[in-house]
Design a protein around this ligand. Structure first.
Ligand code: FAD
Length: 428
């Protein structure tokens, strides 16, 4: 990680011009910047304007990368990656660098915490080795930044909070907080759920609170997790157990670390986080029905208030929103970053097509094609998650009965279940 271009390089006077400026080096912005830099590297000498480089990646906060891997210490923030996301990261040559700690899971069990309803998914049913992988966020980000460090046509400005944007005809000028200026015909905002760029450029947003706060932590369980992802739906919110392993070669009997995402009403989340660790583990053992035996220990617990957001538009001339800047979704299906990677992949495809036709990256028609291709998919996923959440919040007996019958029935409908598996893997 030695040649990461943090801080300042010697630069000429006046705004530095780039083909694309990406704001935000989270998972989505970093992946998109890397994808675009690879694209430009394969098309040398095809540029109209004098530039400082192809891609500028601007990150507000200094980045601390994980130093050495500890077998039993895990980042309390993980993401469940679909097979489609994993394949895309592989094409960027970043998968290999984080694969050693990525935990594959071949089974998934979804239970109604209020009854006997249960659906089991198995990778073998769709002739696959795994349904997905659980990856620590910090490790995946480090792999992406390592790829970026090897790419000579990306300039990473960090720490470099963007302060404001100015539009002059077809050029957008980005002002950094230290007074430095960059310009481009396209600014891609990957600056997260509270996107300052989205705000400044006047994008409208639809939001509604889920009235849930997610607690995340790493736990150690009495029994091995068996490389199975588990989810319980309770009226106060879902609980997910996501398997972890310190290396892919770990023996199945040793694998007893699990990342939890426990979504609860804000009051209940406050209460749970205030409990001492033993009492928290006891409540978790109960809610997880002792499926992995007693919960033996828990790491620090983090809290995330959950809000659904969706941009009315993702684009305007010269500006595009991707990832959480464009939409946020309840983590119950583990889809947020997967949708963000799909945004990044589709926007990169549309920009590559425009490039072949000598069309500027900031061209509105190009950006609208990206929006059209992504918006329906994102909306459909958000609607599905909202229905799931509402269905499991209902406590009336008839609804519970129907829910249990429905889940057990679906479990026996093999073709429908297999189609659901392929959709969840991002392969449908
Ligand atoms: C509890 C929880 C569990 C989740 N589990 C899953 C899961 O299992 N699977 C899944 O797919 N998704 C999951 N998600 C969602 C996933 O974490 C997010 O969708 C994803 O991390 C968003 O990435 P991003 O790069 O779009 O945004 P972010 O990670 O928020 O990155 C934005 C970046 O922009 C930078 N920035 C902000 N403002 C500026 C500025 N002015 N100038 C420069 N830089 C700026 C920030 O510092 C940050 O680095 C989960 C989310 C939560 C809360």
């Amino acid at each position: 990680m030695s040649n990461l271009k943090y801080g300042k390089k010697e630069r000429a006077a006046g705004p530095q011009h780039y083909d694309i400026i990406v704001v935000g080096a989270g998972l989505v912005g970093a992946a998109f910047a890397l994808r675009m830099a690879r694209h430009y590297a394969n098309k040398p000498g095809h540029h109209k304007k004098q530039k400082a480089g192809n891609v500028a990646l601007l990150e507000a906060h200094s980045i601390s990368l994980p130093t050495s891997a500890s077998a039993t210490t895990f980042d309390p923030q993980v993401v469940a990656l679909t097979e489609a996301s994993r394949q895309w990261l592989d094409t960027l040559n970043v998968w290999q660098a984080c694969a050693d700690r990525a935990c594959p899971y071949g089974h998934m069990s979804v239970r109604d915490g209020q009854g006997t309803g249960c659906i089991e998914f198995d990778a073998a049913d769709v002739q696959r080795a795994n349904l997905g992988h659980i990856v620590e966020k910090s490790r995946l980000r480090a792999s992406l930044l390592s790829g970026i460090a090897e790419q000579s046509n990306i300039d990473l400005y960090c720490p470099a909070p963007v302060e404001s944007l100015r539009r002059d005809g077809e050029t957008i000028t980005v002002n950094l907080s230290d007074g430095e200026q960059l310009s481009s015909s396209l600014v891609v905002a990957a600056d997260g759920a509270n996107s300052p760029i989205r705000e400044q450029m006047g994008f409208h947003l639809r939001t509604w609170g889920y009235k849930h706060t997610a607690i995340t932590a790493t736990i150690k369980t009495e029994k091995p997790h068996g490389f199975t992802a588990r989810q319980w739906f309770t009226p106060s919110g879902p609980l997910a157990f996501l398997p972890l392993c310190s290396s892919v070669k770990e023996s199945p009997d040793e694998a007893r670390y699990v990342s939890i995402v426990w979504s609860q009403t804000p009051e209940e989340a406050e209460r749970l986080v205030a409990l001492d660790k033993e009492a928290f583990c006891r409540e978790l053992t109960m809610t997880s029905e002792g499926v992995l035996g007693v919960i033996e220990s828990v790491s620090e617990r983090l809290q995330f208030p959950l809000t659904q957001r969706h941009g009315v538009d993702y684009v305007q001339s010269g500006v595009a929103l991707i990832g959480d800047a464009a939409h946020t979704i309840h983590p119950l299906a583990g889809q947020g970053v997967n949708l963000g990677f799909s945004d990044a992949r589709v926007l990169a495809e549309e920009l590559a097509r425009a490039f072949e036709q000598d069309i500027d990256p900031g061209n509105l028609q190009t950006l609208k094609r990206y929006q059209r291709r992504r918006k329906l998919d994102n909306l459909a996923m958000m609607a599905a998650m909202e229905s799931f959440k509402r269905l499991f919040e209902r406590e009336e007996l008839p609804v519970r009965l129907l829910r249990n019958i429905g889940m057990s029935g679906l479990n026996r409908l093999v073709p429908l279940k297999n189609s659901l598996i392929r959709q969840a893997m991002g392969l449908a």
